[in-house]
Design a protein around this ligand. Structure first.
Ligand code: ZN
Length: 243
C-alpha cells in the first residue's frame, strides 16, 4: 500500500503490521480498520484508520483515511541541533507544540499556539504592552521590519478568532501562518550564528581596509613632521671666519 512517509518525504510502500477491525450492526453496515503501518523504505511506524459504510459504498465514495501523524501537513521543526541552543526555551517549546498540533489536525490549538509563539518572542525581546504594542515594539527595536510586523499582526487575529470565537481557520491559512512564523524565527535566531561562521571579507572590503591603513600612515607622518623642530635655514654670504 502506498502512503506518504514523513521520514522519506514521499509516498512509499507501507506494510500493515497489525490490524484491528470493528464492524457495525446488521441494520446499518459500516467498517473501520485500525492499522499499524510500517514504511518499507525507512522502517518508520505510524497509524492509520480506514473507514467506510454502506452509504459511502453505494455512492462509490472512496474510503475515509486518517493517518497519525497527519500526512497532509507532516511538518518537521526547522531548528536542527546546532541552532536549537540559540532559541529561548519558551519559544522553542511553544514552536514544537504548534508543530505537533498542526501535524495532528488540531486547527484551534495551532491557531492559538501561533499567537502564543509570537507573544513569547516579544516577551523574550522585552517588548511591553498588549500583543499589538509588543509586535510594534519589535520594529522599534530593529528586530524585524515594519512589513514583517504587518504579517505578525495577522497571527494575532488568527489566534484571537480561534480563542474568542472558537473558530478554526482553514488548514491552508494555518500552513501559511506557520511558514511566516518560521521565516521570522529564522531571521531572529539563526542569522547571527550563521553569520559568525563567515570570517572572510570580500575583495572590496580588503581594498578599502588597505586604503584606510595607507591614509592613516600618511596622516601620522604629516603630524610627526609638523611636530619636529624646523631645520635652521643655512646662512647665505661669506662665513664670518673668512671675512
Ligand atoms: Zn519512510
Amino acid at each position: 500500500m502506498q502512503v506518504r512517509c514523513l521520514n522519506c518525504n514521499r509516498p512509499t510502500n507501507h506494510a500493515v503490521m497489525a490490524c484491528y477491525t470493528e464492524k457495525g450492526a446488521e441494520d446499518f453496515q459500516w467498517r473501520s480498520d485500525y492499522e499499524i503501518l510500517r514504511c518499507q523504505g525507512c522502517g518508520k511506524v505510524s497509524f492509520g484508520i480506514r473507514s467506510s459504510d454502506e452509504d459511502s459504498r453505494a455512492s462509490h465514495e472512496p474510503e475515509s483515511l486518517i493517518y497519525y501523524p497527519s500526512r497532509e501537513v507532516g511538518r518537521q521543526p526547522i531548528f536542527g541541533r546546532l541552532f536549537r541552543s540559540h532559541v529561548p526555551t519558551n519559544v522553542l517549546r511553544i514552536y514544537h507544540e504548534v508543530i505537533t498540533a498542526i501535524n495532528n489536525n488540531q486547527p484551534l490549538l495551532t491557531a492559538v499556539g501561533l499567537r502564543l509563539l509570537i507573544e513569547a518572542i516579544c516577551k523574550e525581546e522585552k517588548c511591553k504592552g498588549n500583543l499589538e504594542k509588543e509586535i510594534d515594539g519589535l520594529v522599534a527595536k530593529g528586530i524585524i521590519a515594519a512589513k514583517q510586523a504587518k504579517l505578525l499582526h495577522k497571527h494575532r487575529f488568527l489566534g484571537n478568532n480561534a480563542a474568542h470565537e472558537i473558530s478554526a481557520p482553514p488548514q491552508e491559512e494555518l500552513i501559511a501562518a506557520l511558514d511566516m512564523a518560521e521565516i521570522i524565527l529564522r531571521a531572529i535566531y539563526s542569522l547571527e550564528p550563521l553569520g559568525s561562521r563567515i570570517t572572510s571579507t570580500n575583495k572590496s572590503a580588503r581594498r578599502a581596509a588597505r586604503e584606510k591603513k595607507k591614509q592613516f600612515a600618511a596622516k601620522a607622518a604629516r603630524i610627526l613632521k609638523a611636530s619636529m623642530p624646523k631645520a635652521q635655514k643655512p646662512t647665505t654670504g661669506t662665513p664670518y671666519f673668512l671675512r
